[in-house]
Design a protein around this ligand. Structure first.
Ligand SMILES: [Mg+2]
Length: 303
């Protein structure tokens, strides 16, 4: 990674790409464990044969990085356009977002479509949180700006307050992890995130996660916090950040802990992988990255 302060744009993109690689490995390997034949491997913490295909989490995160690289900030219209242009129906999107992206591609306004989802409440799903860690890495020097830009990034698809705050929390975590010295402790990371997000169910879950950092049993923690089985942001983000905070320098341990509790495994592991790989010590193992499907060729490559 380049950390040249004389070319901050380059450093930012390199950090975002490092986070994206962690997110992609988490997503792609996590999604392998939806295949029943791979359940015994998960129990034994053994890797399935590659290549591991990534899913919607990665596809949308690629758009986040591409828009940041092109605009040096999060441009909502460009983001909605990129989501729609690159939308691959077979990557595991939820039905509401599948339909929304098809209609955006056909020329409809994302503002109206996203606001109208779920009877006008907007989606409270995980989509805004699962794709946003690289944005936090981009804003490593400014966690408040990361949180603000993450809020903006949610609206093209997810307008329910909990989905928006879920994205803010993940971006805040990635920004704090990506800062030069990183958070001094798991408690410091979650305290930092809690201070950056508004009052919400996600925030309440994060405070509970903070209280449970000394629990060794992830299954118990997931039973309290949720692990994405309800596919809502508040049922997903607190557990994912609990898991990330406890193993900031150990991608393998963080991955297995997260995957083994089940739930929305590709997404919890994408969040954990993206947050960890935002920091210097949290990159995925080389062999894991090699088994993961390559990123699409429209993603900027940095150098
Ligand atoms: Mg997915």
């Amino acid at each position: 990674m380049t950390a040249d302060s004389s070319s901050p744009g380059l450093g930012r993109l390199d950090r975002a790409l490092a986070s994206l690689r962690g997110l992609t490995v988490g997503d792609a390997l996590g999604s392998q464990f939806f295949v029943p034949a791979n359940y015994p491997l998960l129990k034994r913490r053994e890797l399935p044969a590659g290549p591991w295909q990534w899913t919607d989490d990665t596809e949308m995160a690629c758009s986040v990085v591409a828009v940041l690289a092109a605009h040096q900030r999060l441009d909502q219209d460009a983001l909605a356009r990129s989501f729609a242009e690159h939308h691959d129906f077979d990557r595991g999107y939820g039905p509401a977002v599948n339909r929304l992206l098809r209609l955006v591609r056909e020329g409809q306004d994302w503002r109206e479509l996203a606001a109208g989802l779920f009877g006008g409440q907007g989606s409270w799903g995980n989509g805004a949180a699962m794709r946003i860690a690289p944005l936090g890495a981009w804003y490593a020097d400014d966690p408040e700006q990361a949180t603000h830009q993450a809020e903006i990034s949610a609206y093209p698809t997810h307008q329910h307050r909990e989905a928006v705050v879920g994205a803010m929390a993940v971006a805040a975590a990635a920004a704090l992890v990506a800062s030069p010295d990183g958070p001094p402790s798991p408690e410091a990371l979650l305290d930092g995130v809690i201070a950056l997000v508004p009052k919400s169910a996600v925030g309440a879950g994060l405070r509970r996660a903070r209280d449970m950092l000394d629990y060794g049993d992830a299954v118990t923690v997931a039973a309290v916090l949720g692990c994405g089985r309800r596919t809502s942001a508040h049922d997903t983000v607190p557990f994912a950040l609990w898991s990330a905070a406890r193993a900031l320098a150990d991608f393998e341990a963080a991955f297995w802990t997260t995957a083994q509790v089940g739930g929305d495994v590709d997404t919890t592991c994408a969040i954990v992988g993206g947050v960890l790989a935002s920091g210097k010590a949290g990159a995925p193992p080389v062999e894991w990255a090699q088994r993961t499907e390559a990123l699409p060729d429209w993603v900027p490559t940095g150098l």
